[in-house]
Design a protein around this ligand. Structure first.
Ligand code: NAD
Length: 478
């Protein structure tokens, strides 16, 4: 594949190949497009030593200078947008225009946190004469970061931006399925003059890497985005040394559609956003609870638009939805659909994988899905929407909250009292009204319940990567 980069580990400012490697596949064609070096334990130990040295240098660099290096890297990534987007589409399958937008979103994460680096203010606490109480924030230390495959560029950017802006060093294990985004970020930071050791990039066996890194005393924060199951496992490992964790985990986003809304517009945006990134988004709208008085009209419009989604290889013009990341996702979705159908759900469109090469799954809409179906509790992480009627807002909010997750939630209404009840009543870290956008650089993003803890972005984001230190300074010995 043209433009797909040669893949390396990046340790102490140097590019490294290893004895073992893994194939990287194009999920639209199942062809091999690259070979990914896998880290041995000795590579991880080198990365740890490098990160320790990098931290000693970087923690002493003025925030304004840190910001300048990050902004330079972001500018290089913007210049390289086409090259990076082509690589992302090859390894992930998403349409090229969505890959291009993802590159820009990744840059925006970097740019936002670069600015925040200069604003991690402390405070002076009012005190008696002769003594000062001063609170300030310091970088926490070495971060072990783990980023997933659904956004190969913007997900690693989130972790790298937070760590480096705060003055930490980071060892990032990016996703083995989609390594090119992270590799390009490392290349940009290298070219921007980031000192060796501040950013280290590794790939390999996820469990082996997390197990080895997290148990090291030098690692002071574990930052993970991925499934709730893996997040709980990493949190357990981190708890052995009371290492704090930043966990961005699964979601199962509800969408409450009230009877006063513009039905056509709400259904169209629902169907389009559901299929974005083939539904492989932790904030993807999935459980649509629609007032019974508009249920038929809403469902008809939604199903029509979902069925029209142009599915194909993301390099082809006009394609709206690419393949899933791998065959595991096809199997998982097929099982969920079969279970729902057996329990009485109606399959309005789609419901199965597609013939031919590539991990394609049909845009799928299920209606009248019983609460007992597995898909009502398990995150499908694919192009699958559930539309169920509800008779009141109270019922909709109760159903919205009836899962272990609480990441993103959405509501559609123009009535202030309805909006107020949704904003107050829905258990989620992010509630969006009349929009299906949930995560921006300038807004804090994260979950409640099994969706994780901590926040990325906003003014809150950098504080995960810092410790709060209180200084009590008496002017005389007391
Ligand atoms: P998975 O649980 O095997 O892997 C999810 C991610 O975690 C991958 O990037 C993987 O490399 C990493 N991982 C797995 N085990 C790990 C370990 N022991 N240590 C460190 N990292 C580890 O599942 P999958 O089939 O790849 O993905 C499916 C599920 O993952 C979905 O159902 C979804 O819930 C979740 N997921 C969530 C996000 C998100 O943005 N929150 C992103 C990708 C995947």
């Amino acid at each position: 594949m043209n433009n797909y980069p040669d893949l390396y580990l990046y340790i102490h400012g140097e590019w490294r190949k290893t004895a073992h490697d893994l194939p990287v596949l194009n999920p639209a064609t199942e062809e091999e497009i690259g070979r990914l070096p896998c880290a041995e334990i000795s590579d991880l130990d080198d990365a740890l030593e490098s990160a320790a040295r990098g931290f000693e240098v970087w923690r002493r660099v003025a925030p304004r200078e840190r910001a300048s290096v990050i902004l330079k890297a972001a500018a290089l990534l913007r210049e390289r947008q086409d090259e990076i987007a082509t690589a992302i589409t090859a390894e992930h399958g998403k349409p090229l225009d969505q890959a291009r937008l993802e590159v820009i979103r990744g840059c925006e994460f970097l740019e936002w946190d670069a600015g925040e680096a200069t604003r991690t203010y402390g405070r002076v606490i009012p005190s008696a004469p002769g003594i000062r109480y001063i609170v300030h924030h310091q970088p926490i230390g070495i971060v072990a970061g783990f980023s997933p495959w659904n956004f190969p560029m913007s997900q690693p950017c989130r972790k790298i931006a937070g760590a480096i802006a705060a003055g930490c060093s980071i060892i990032l294990k990016a996703a083995e399925e989609t390594p090119a985004g992270a590799l390009h970020i490392a290349r940009a930071f290298h070219d921007a003059g980031l000192p060796p050791g501040v950013l280290n990039l590794v790939f390999g066996k996820p469990a082996e890497i997390s197990d080895h890194l997290i148990k090291q005393d030098q690692v002071r924060l574990v930052a993970f985005t991925g499934s709730t199951e893996v997040g709980k496992h990493l949190t357990t490992l981190a708890a052995q040394s009371m290492t704090p964790v930043l966990m961005e985990l699964g979601g199962h986003a509800p969408v409450i559609v009230c009877e006063d809304t513009n039905v056509e517009a709400a259904a169209m945006t629902g169907a389009i956003r559901k299929m974005r990134n083939a539904g492989q988004v932790c904030t993807s709208p999935t459980r649509f609870f629609v007032h019974e008085s508009i249920f038929e009209e809403y469902t008809e419009t939604f199903v029509r638009r979902a069925a029209e989604t142009i599915v194909g290889n993301g390099v082809n013009a006009g394609v709206e939805m690419g393949p899933l990341a791998n065959n595991r996702r096809i199997e998982a979705l097929t099982d969920l659909v079969e279970d729902a159908r057996a329990q009485g759900a109606e399959i309005k469109t789609g419901g199965s994988g597609m013939d031919g090469k590539g991990y394609f799954f049909q845009p799928t809409v299920l209606t009248n899905v019983p609460d007992t179906a597995r898909v009502m509790q398990e995150e499908p992480f694919g192009p699958l929407a559930i539309i169920n009627p509800v008779s009141s807002l109270a019922e909709a909010i109760e159903k919205a909250n009836s899962v272990p997750f609480g990441l993103a939630a959405y509501g559609f209404s123009n009535r202030a009292d309805y909006v107020d009840r949704m904003v107050d009543g829905i258990e989620a870290g992010n509630v969006s009204i009349n929009t299906l956008e949930a995560s921006l650089p300038e807004t804090p993003f994260g979950g409640v319940k099994s969706s994780g803890n901590g926040r990325e972005g906003g003014t809150e984001g950098l504080h995960n990567y810092m410790i709060t230190k209180n200084i009590s300074h008496s002017m005389s010995i007391v």
